[in-house]
Every structure is written in structure tokens, then in C-alpha cells.
Design a protein around this ligand. Structure first.
Ligand code: GAR
Length: 194
């Protein structure tokens, strides 16, 4: 299959982009999809240079000038996704809440990785909340992104133990290892079945 026939994947990030890098590296010759762009809402996101080093075009749409105009921010991102002919969007540490205005355009074609065992701990500070609750285990989830935050059909989950001396940081590091394992697997199976 030539790259031209593959599904084109855009990855949205806000930070270091370690999940983004594992996704990019997973899309080899036999993969049903190929990366078309990495986009960030932050110009200083560390992941942008990593994507460029891997030969993937990058784009930035800073959310701040748009203020409360979420539709305007989302339209600016949608224009860049359309210019890149993106078929599939992967959210990988993208820390802006997207509205149905954006999500409807990629309905059934957008994935998210979330650092908890959904439906537990939607939103932020997932690891601190799991430790605080005295949970025995934590984990991560890859799911189809829908209009409800951190909701939508679950594609993959992985569990890790919460250890006695865990801090949110040590737990996050243990969970991140599993994110790097399940997100590429989920993207492969998802794009195979599209
Ligand atoms: C990951 O742990 C991801 O699950 C989380 O941000 C981190 C990004 O790390 N996402 C969310 O919390 C989304 N609500 P990365 O930039 O190294 O991939």
C-alpha cells in the first residue's frame, strides 16, 4: 500500500508529546495509517521539535488570542487539519477541551488517551485523585472521543498497581509506560477497521 492510499493521522498535543512520538514511530510501512501533521495549541510544546525531527510537519494554533471564542479557535485548527487532509485525529496530551463544533467534524474518527481507568477520574489530576481515594490500582484508557469529556467507546485499557509510597509523579510515570504500549496498538486496530 502506498502512503497516498493510507489514512492520514493528525496528532494534537500541548506538551512533551511522548505519546505522540510512540504513535509516529508505530506507523511503519505495514500500518494502515500514516502521519500527516502534529499540531499544538502551544508554540513552546516540547513535542513540536520531536515531530519535526521525525520528519512530520507541525502547526501551532495558539488558543489565547481567541479568548472565549472556542469556535474560532476550533475553526482555525479545522482549517489546518483540512489543509493536511487529515482523516483521523489522535489527541495525545492535548489539554484544551474541545466542543461538539470540532468533535462532530471528526465523529468516529478521533481517539484520546486518558490517564485513568475510565469511567473513573475524568478530567484533571487523575493520579492524585486515585491515590487520595486509596485505590489499589490505576491505569490508562484509549477511547473514541465524543462530545462528552473523557467519554466514548473504550478501545483499550491497561492497569498498574498503586504502590504504598507512590506520589502522583511516580504513578504517572508507571502509567505512561502503559500509555505508550496501548495507544499505538489501539490506533492500529482502529484504523484497520475504519
Ligand atoms: C499523558 O499522560 C496523557 O494521558 C495525558 O497527558 C499526558 C501527556 O503526556 N492526557 C490528559 O491528561 C488529557 N486529559 P505526553 O505529552 O508525554 O504524551
Amino acid at each position: 500500500m502506498s502512503t497516498g492510499q493510507k489514512l492520514k493521522v493528525a496528532i494534537l498535543i500541548s506538551g512533551g508529546g511522548s505519546n505522540m512520538v510512540t504513535l509516529l514511530k508505530s506507523m511503519g510501512a505495514d500500518h494502515p495509517a500514516a502521519p500527516c501533521m502534529v499540531m499544538s495549541n502551544k508554540a513552546d510544546a516540547g513535542g513540536l521539535a520531536k515531530a519535526q525531527a521525525l520528519g512530520v510537519p507541525t502547526a501551532v494554533v495558539d488558543h489565547r488570542p481567541f479568548g472565549q471564542d472556542r469556535a474560532g479557535f476550533e475553526d482555525a485548527m479545522l482549517a489546518k487539519l483540512e489543509a493536511a487532509n487529515a482523516d483521523v485525529v489522535c489527541l495525545a496530551g492535548f489539554m484544551r477541551v474541545l466542543t461538539p463544533h470540532f468533535i462532530d467534524r471528526f465523529e468516529g474518527r478521533m481517539l484520546n488517551v486518558h490517564p485513568s481507568l475510565l469511567p473513573k477520574y475524568k478530567g484533571l489530576n487523575t493520579h492524585a485523585r486515585a491515590i487520595e481515594a486509596g485505590d489499589a490500582e490505576a491505569g490508562c484508557t484509549v477511547h473514541v472521543a465524543t462530545a462528552k469529556l473523557d467519554d466514548g467507546p473504550i478501545i483499550a485499557q491497561a492497569r498498574v498497581p498503586i504502590l504504598k509510597d507512590d506520589t502522583p509523579e511516580t504513578l504517572a510515570a508507571r502509567v505512561l509506560v502503559e500509555e505508550h504500549r496501548i495507544y499505538p496498538e489501539a490506533l492500529q486496530s482502529f484504523t484497520q477497521n475504519l
